[in-house]
Design a protein around this ligand. Sequence first.
Ligand code: SF4
Ligand code: SF4
Length: 103
Amino acid sequence: MLSDFPCNECGLCCSNINGISELQDYDQGDGVCKYLKDNKCQIYENRPEVCRVNIMYQKHFSSTFTKEAFYIENLKICRELQSNFGIPTNKLIKLDYIDKKQE
Ligand code: SF4
Ligand code: SF4
């Protein structure tokens, strides 16, 4: 079991927030969150719930997913975003955990 979500800080989720209704007011107009600076969240300690994977899990998904299954679904989205935006293969978020589970 992963102890925490293994984000590799690519920043792509925060720079593609168009379509996320909860973050409508955060979009600076081009899909990039106005609080993303130098690839870091400037309001990290106070970021909204939708940006917090563990809180989202606890509040909205724990009755339908195990935590590891929820992490896996999120990791797949990270990987898809990273592939779509041309992140080099050696910098893609590791899916070893998923691969191991699917062996
Ligand atoms: S897309 Fe995934 S790996 Fe990249 S910053 Fe967001 S959560 Fe982290
Ligand atoms: S508030 Fe922070 S974590 Fe949430 S999308 Fe903006 S930069 Fe990313």
